[in-house]
Design a protein around this ligand. Structure first.
Ligand code: PLP
Length: 459
């Protein structure tokens, strides 16, 4: 008999979590204005609001923390981190930053100016923010398949090369670089194939443009290339990672994801001119060149985390867990963005709460219902997150309306996945009785989802 799957680690330290009663949650929801960002974490039983900075560090990472060199300039920990990044990505120049958006802020300050166009697959919201705040345009060239949640294709995060080529034909002089997000977070944690990265490189070379990878989940992307793309089954994750980055000129990194640290980020590049440009901005925005917003101990932990998370077993354990949750949802017939992504499951709320009008935010309603049911916190990636159209000030109902369940790395067990799935099933089973959603009572102009105040629409 073949041995069953099990995690590639054992547990050395635990953190208690607490269940609550439905009455308590009802009260807490009211106090939080039906916005789960406003809940206290102690009011949450299983927290799937994000996989960013929520992972569990290993014993080796914690041991490395003790080796941190906190020297202001020239810290040993910086060189440890730089050498690790160079070994894993091939990029020679490294600029640490306090998180991913800071890496974007520093690099884009050098590269992006008003009137520019930055094409790529779906831009992450902070990436888009750092482009748009410079009065430039983030042009989404993702493949159309990504919009159909029920379509089962292996690399739904890909760039549509035809759309990219068209953008370059029409606006080459306004395009400072191409950006490819691996994995494509916004499209549901969907991977980008090596072939697609090669195709993007070919187009970039034709027009003499450089390519940046937004690399928050590059290791998960490498895992999907190994397990889904022809010719990569026998290659190691580290070999695949090097091959991916050989097709780019630079990367921005949120280390809070595939670096498995709680805070951190960096820019890495093969080009000295980009490094010189970034140096001018990292010092005023982040800090001196050899720490850029990170502690020495955090740089040590990140170096270890990058090494651990570019090993197959660690990634297989993680992605197996996400796929296990997906398999339970399949059993219950609950629709989600298919196939399951690397870091999260995106539940298609519009297909479940069909009696809730879109003006009453079905995905947010489902998020609230799941918390009410079992104290599980997901996150709406839908019509509230989409904000209003900047010109007409109308809500934007054009995109997908999803409930994201992001799975923290090495934190929960498969039993927690079972609880999540059954809680969702219980809500799913009474979906037809849910006819009213939520209404907005107060909202901010930009990124309203963090602070929006809501109330039951029926009140
Ligand atoms: C999280 C994320 C970022 C921003 O990183 P922070 O560390 O949260 O600032 C950028 N791009 C992608 C794809 C991300 O997932």
């Amino acid at each position: 008999m073949e041995l069953p799957f099990a995690e590639s680690w054992k547990i050395k330290m635990v953190e208690p979590i607490r269940k609550s009663t439905r009455e308590e949650r009802e009260q807490w929801l009211k106090e939080a204005h039906y916005n789960v960002f406003q809940l206290k974490a102690d009011q949450v039983y299983i927290d799937c609001i994000t996989d960013s900075g929520t992972g569990a560090m290993s014993d080796r990472q914690w041991a490395a923390v003790m080796m941190g060199d906190e020297s202001y300039a020239g810290a040993r920990s910086f060189f440890t981190l730089r050498d690790t990044i160079t070994r894993i990505t091939g990029f020679e120049f490294v600029v640490p930053t306090h998180q991913g958006r800071a890496a974007e802020n520093v690099l884009f300050s050098h590269l992006v100016k008003a009137g520019d166009i930055v094409p790529g697959n779906s831009h992450f919201d902070t990436t888009k923010g750092h482009i748009e705040s410079r009065k430039a345009t983030a042009l989404d060239c993702t493949v159309d398949e990504a919009k159909d949640t029920q379509l089962e294709v292996p690399f739904k995060g890909n760039v549509d090369v035809k759309k990219l080529e068209k953008a370059l034909e029409e606006h080459a002089d306004k395009i400072p670089f191409i950006i490819v997000t691996i994995t494509n977070n916004t499209a549901g944690g969907q991977p980008v194939s090596m072939q697609n990265l090669r195709d993007v490189r070919r187009v970039a070379d034709k027009y003499g443009k450089r390519v940046v990878f937004d690399s928050a989940r590059f290791a998960e992307n490498a895992y999907f290339i190994k397990t889904r793309e022809e010719g990569y089954a026998d290659r190691t994750i580290k070999e695949i990672t090097l091959e991916m980055f050989a097709l780019a000129d630079a990367m921005t990194m949120s280390a809070k994801k595939d670096g498995i640290v709680n805070m951190g980020g960096f820019i890495a590049t093969r080009w000295e001119d980009w490094y010189e440009g970034a140096k001018r901005f990292v010092i005023p925005f982040e800090g001196y060149l050899t720490y850029g917003g990170m502690n020495g101990r955090d740089m040590e932990a990140l170096a270890v985390g990058l090494d651990e998370n570019t090993e197959f077993d660690n990634l297989h354990t993680r992605i197996h867990q996400v796929q296990f949750l997906a398999s339970l949802l399949d059993e219950y017939g609950i629709p989600y963005q298919r196939p399951a992504g690397g870091h999260a499951i995106f539940i298609d709320a519009g297909k479940i709460l069909t009696n809730v009008p879109k003006e009453e935010f079905p995905a947010q309603t489902l998020t609230v219902e799941l918390y009410r049911e079992a104290g599980i916190r997901g996150c709406e990636i839908g019509y509230i997150l989409a904000d209003r159209d900047p010109v007409t000030r109308e809500n934007r109902f054009g995109g997908l309306d999803l409930l994201r369940l992001a799975i923290p790395r090495r934190v929960y067990t498969d039993n927690h996945m079972r609880v999540i799935a059954v809680a969702l099933k219980n809500v799913f089973d009474r979906r037809n009785e849910i006819t009213r959603g939520v209404k907005i009572v107060w909202e901010s102009e930009l990124m309203r989802h963090f602070t929006v105040k809501l109330a039951p629409a029926a009140e």
